[in-house]
Design a protein around this ligand. Sequence first.
Ligand SMILES: [Mg+2]
Length: 130
Amino acid sequence: MSLNILVVDDSAVVRTMIVKTLRMAGVPIGEVHQAANGAEGLDAIDNNWIDLVFADLNMPVMNGEEMIEKIRANPDWQDLPIIVVSTEGSQTRIERLQQRGAKFIHKPFAPETVREVVKEITGICHEQQV
Ligand SMILES: [Mg+2]
């Protein structure tokens, strides 16, 4: 089984880094979709089967928090696993996101952290292949 992932971040460099980290961590990846803001992210979820979302918070057009609110407001997407990857420092904001069922990873992130959180949230993550 592999995961179709969606990476939402306004930085193409960060999006690439997240995908690369997942591959290095041995996460079984199916399709990879990318979006540069929350609105594009919602479109991607609407038009594709997505198993796991990585979401930045600070983005133009629609930020990550608003996107997550809209995802959770749709009954079809209430259990969609979401991992927020952000430099966000406000504990209040982080807790608010966690209440919506999102996991949180601080930027910059260590590959092992990403691996652990993916494992926790999806229950799958293969051992690293060397
Ligand atoms: Mg950003």
